[in-house]
Design a protein around this ligand. Structure first.
Ligand code: F6P
Length: 547
């Protein structure tokens, strides 16, 4: 394997060692103390970029710690690796691929040479093919086999071929046109049955999305749905109702989809980073090519920010470093993502794939097991719903859970009363998490309610909030295709920075292969009654379901 990325065990770097010492020094300092100790704390902890206001002041970190984290990024060679990624070097070493999803949204005009060829004109051609197709479907010019226009789009895909498009289509509901869009991902037959039972084959367009076109779930669903379709429509109708997105044009042709109806993608776009490519076809169908290009543009601006901004003002770099600080020095196991809008309720699930499939690795770039923690567990839900579900644990549980609060200054439907309440909760939660409530405050409140001091002493401990819980606040002017593009790109770059610093390869996903392989073996045992060797527990399970 070629050595394209540096091989730096982070724990050997000077900054890491200094951070360990610094951690010992400040790990008893509370967030409130940091504010007292640093009168100018907001000077370095608030960043304003485009329509983003990022406040990372509520973290267990002081200026010295912050500077050491920046030093860590520098010592790890991050700058060079960012350049390597954007210029198309094959930094996905274990798959021998470049990582160029950023090329799909670049705002730069100069040629991007990859394997001797400027790829930008080729990408523009594909984009044009996609736009023309979407315009025809949206305007109703594209007709189904009985001459009716399309009213319903069904995206058939899984993982990156589902989560990104599904999350964005839902997030941009406000900007959507008349086309209904559904997503079928799970191999479970009930999933697609529930969706197709309400579909009219005459007016439905199926978009089969699979980078490899070998994924069991997607092909099973596509085959079953084609059979359902052909029960009602003639064979030549398939061309009007099925299109494919894939790198594997041989397999799309074998499935019966013409080259004309196939939207190619490149192998240097990873599945979980692919919504910017033709994988975003259902997004573009839902919001139209113009707004799809605004999504790309927002991401392109974040790319430029990431590439060009010094690390101490660089939003993705800073958020990545803060996350490393908690993961590797405070031993925090997870991070919560709380978008304060229902539109973004799928964001946590989307980022789970992005972050955990990328950085859930234990082998370093030197080929040995790492001696430090890597990928964090990601979870979350939309606020304020989450406040009434799991916030109890964040406020008063025993675990340290750093959280990203993502909010929007303006509501799309301009309902001021609701928006005021939403933002009040958004801000109050991070304040409460930081400041908590002391025993004397609790007793003061109980006193005012007229409770006896004996009763107060019994109940007060349960009402104390330790506080000191860290959060990042990402406040964006409003949810638009462009700001959403920038937000997603921000997290993509955060993933990259963390992978580089943890000395792992973020762009492969070998960890999902074993389960796929074994599922094929088990399937044979279930369907063909074969008896492959398994452990006792697996044998018993198989016996239980086949009897
Ligand atoms: O199983 C993991 C994975 O390979 C993801 O990385 C990918 O997004 C998903 O499966 C779907 O793959 P494909 O687009 O090739 O069907």
């Amino acid at each position: 394997m070629q050595k394209i990325l540096p091989d730096n065990n982070p724990t050997d770097l000077n900054a890491w060692k200094s951070l360990q010492k610094h951690f010992q020094k400040i790990n008893k300092t509370t967030l409130k103390d940091h504010f007292k100790n640093e009168p100018n704390r907001l000077d370095y902890t608030i960043l304003k970029w485009e329509d983003f206001y990022v406040d990372f002041s509520k973290n267990r970190l002081d200026k010295k710690g912050f500077d050491l984290l920046i030093q860590l990024a520098e010592e790890s060679g991050l700058k060079e690796t960012i350049d390597a990624q954007f210029s198309g070097e094959k930094i996905n070493v274990t798959e021998n691929r470049a990582v160029l999803h950023t090329a799909l949204r670049t705002l730069k005009k100069e040629p991007l040479i990859f394997e001797g060829e400027n790829i930008l004109p080729l990408l523009a051609d594909t984009q044009q093919k996609m736009n023309t197709f979407c315009d025809k479907v949206i305007s109703g010019i594209w007709k189904g086999y009985t001459g009716k226009s399309i009213t319903h789009i069904v995206n058939i895909g899984i993982g990156g071929s589902d989560l990104g498009p599904a999350m964005v289509v839902e997030a941009l509901e406000y900007y959507k046109n008349h086309l209904a869009v559904s997503f079928i991902s799970n191999v479970e037959g009930d999933h697609h049955q529930e969706i197709i039972k309400n579909l009219d084959p005459e007016t439905t367009l199926f978009v089969i999305v699979s980078k490899t076109f070998t994924t069991q779930e997607t092909l099973s669903n596509a085959n079953s749905i084609r059979a359902w379709f052909l029960n009602q429509a003639p064979k030549d109708a398939v061309a009007k109702h099925f299109v494919a997105v894939s790198t594997n044009t041989k397999e799309t042709a074998a499935f019966g989809i013409s080259a004309e109806n196939t939207f190619p993608m490149n192998d240097w776009v990873g599945g979980r980073f692919s919504l910017w490519s033709t994988v975003g076809l259902s997004i573009s169908l839902a919001i139209g090519p113009k707004q799809f290009s605004q999504l790309l543009e927002g991401a392109g601006k974040m790319d430029a920010h990431f590439q060009e901004t010094p690390f101490d003002k660089n939003i993705p770099v800073i958020l990545a470093l803060i996350s490393i600080w908690y993961n590797n020095f405070w031993n925090a196991e997870s991070e919560a993502i709380i978008p304060y809008t229902q539109y973004l309720r799928k964001l946590p699930a989307y980022l789970q794939q992005g972050i955990m499939e990328s950085n859930g690795k234990s082998v370093g770039r030197d080929g040995n097991r790492v001696n430090h923690q890597t990928g964090t567990l990601i979870w979350g839900a939309s606020g304020t719903n989450a406040q009434h579900a799991f916030f109890q644990l964040i406020h008063q549980g025993t675990k340290l859970i750093p959280a990203d609060f993502i909010g929007f200054k303006k509501a799309l439907h301009r309902n001021k009363d609701h928006q005021d309440k939403l933002l009040a909760n958004f801000i109050a939660q991070t304040e409460a998490l930081m400041n908590g409530k002391t025993l004397s405050q609790v007793k003061g409140e109980l006193d005012a309610s007229g409770m006896s001091s004996e009763e107060q002493n019994k109940i007060a401990p349960f009402k104390v909030f330790e506080g000191n819980k860290p959060t990042n606040t990402l406040l964006i002017d409003s949810l638009s295709p462009s700001s959403l593009g920038a937000l997603i790109a921000l997290y993509e770059h955060k993933i990259f920075v963390q992978g580089i610093l943890w000395n792992i390869y973020s762009y492969d996903q070998w960890g999902v292969e074993l389960g796929k392989q074994l599922a094929n073996v088990v399937l044979e045992d279930i369907k063909e009654n074969t008896n492959h060797p398994h452990d006792d527990s697996t044998n018993a399970l198989l016996k239980h379901i086949t009897n």
